[in-house]
Design a protein around this ligand. Sequence first.
Ligand SMILES: [Zn+2]
Length: 291
Amino acid sequence: MTQQDPFDFLEQVLDAFIDRARGELEHRLKSWRVDLAKKEIHEVLGALLARQVSLATQLARCPSIWNDHVAPLVLRAMADVYISLIWITKDPVDRAQKFILYGLGQVKLQIEHRRAEFAGGEPSEVEKAAIEATEAWVNAQRLIYLTEVKLGSWSGVSTREMAEQAECLDFYNLVYTPFSACTHSMWHHVAKYNLRECANPLHQYHQVPYDPDFRPDAHYLYLAGKYLQKALATFDEWAGIAPPTVTAFGELSSGLDRLSGLIEERERSAKEIGDEGGGQETGLAEPHQGG
Ligand SMILES: [Zn+2]
């Protein structure tokens, strides 16, 4: 019997994950009773949930970025969504409004910066139209002159405090903070991924910059599935919605396990043929669990 090609199988796993992730969002939207008197809650929590699906499905579409250079950017954004979501569910009326008003204030500030850029000169027709369209977008939600520009964080507290109040400090410490190093290109990221020891022994082991390529590591997709699941579960608990019996994350996990098996088989048989020159590399790092 011929083995299934790991690449073909991976494609099936990704397509199924994307379909299921979107199906999970639809399931919540169908089961959620909307109170139009509090539409901000529906819009904010709904948009954050949809955002989590977008981040996970976009990552699934791009195996070339499942590496230490880029994947943490997406996962850190997913960590942000999760912490915001869980924090808002603890006091939804007030916090959903805060979330919206801060966003509108930011846009108002951007409009002011744009205007300042044109001080002394005239914006072009296209630029003017862009500013007006942005103002109209804010006005449709709240009169722009009533929108306060707030500096600092949207919630009024730090992300760490949000995590503490939402009882997910472990997630903040173990996920949000480590991925922040990559997101902000800090020393403990760049030193590890963009420096290597100089080959010249006379140079006192100084480090030289480089840009290494990494093989795609499906573990990053596993983590995206996991953070999607966490956001969905938080929402379900808050909204009192029964989750679907088969979850996108559950299917993804078993798909990645099977993929791991296929890659091992492939590499084993490649080794056997090896010396005869018939070996084939999958180009994928072997998936692992955890995190
Ligand atoms: Zn050197």
